[in-house]
Ligand binder design. Structure first.
Ligand code: NI
Length: 202
């Protein structure tokens, strides 16, 4: 997920390089290409991981690196062409004090009756934003990077972001929550941009 940079709540975009994580592991992490809608790979339903092993941990770390670089505050595996049930989130907005959350097989344990409206954007729908209605608080169970079961209760931007990323695991984009008129407008715009850039590179 990505907040609207024109919105007061948005994090300051920052460039990567010389961060604690990259200096610690200069060769291990990799930036992954982010798939842009419309694309059938964004519509796949993901498979749960059997266990969080080194391979899944590597995916989580690469996804985080890709997300920070973009920059965004959440990323789901289908956005980088992987059909495992993995998401990463960091809504801390402070590169000095990062608070990454790595989740495998996230499952909704509870959602509040109270709903909230928040503006959402997505790294797979660049520069497109819309207001989406979702439960204001959620509780989510998942496996962390050590294969330990965890449960978090989230509200505010974290609740929005986790729900947005969990949607990706079912092939659902934030535009699937808005009117078909607005959704088609956004998707047509993105398809046109894609076509133009393909023509340019051909
Ligand atoms: Ni997204």
């Amino acid at each position: 997920m990505v907040p609207n940079p024109l919105d007061g709540e948005a994090p300051t975009p920052y460039l990567l390089g010389g961060t604690v994580e990259t200096t610690r592991n200069p060769t291990i992490m990799a930036l992954l290409p982010i798939i842009v809608a419309p694309d059938p790979r964004l519509k796949v339903k993901t498979e749960p991981v059997e266990a969080v092993d080194d391979d899944v941990r590597k995916l989580m770390d690469d996804m985080l690196e890709t997300m920070y670089d973009a920059p965004g505050i959440g990323l789901a595996a289908p956005q980088v062409g992987d059909s495992r049930s993995v998401i990463v989130v960091d809504v801390s907005r402070d590169k000095e004090d990062r608070q990454p959350i790595r989740m495998a097989n996230p499952e909704l344990a509870w959602e509040s009756e109270e709903e909230g409206v928040h503006e959402e954007g997505c790294l797979s729908l660049p520069d497109q934003f819309a207001e989406v209605v979702r439960p204001e608080q959620v509780r989510v169970r998942y496996l962390d990077e050590n294969n330990e079961p965890q449960e978090i209760e989230a509200d505010g931007i974290l609740a929005t972001c986790v729900q947005h990323e969990m949607d990706h695991l079912k092939g659902t984009l934030f535009v699937d929550h808005i009117s078909s008129l607005k959704r088609n407008m956004i998707l047509r715009k993105l398809a046109k941009i894609k076509k133009q850039s393909q023509k340019k590179s051909a």
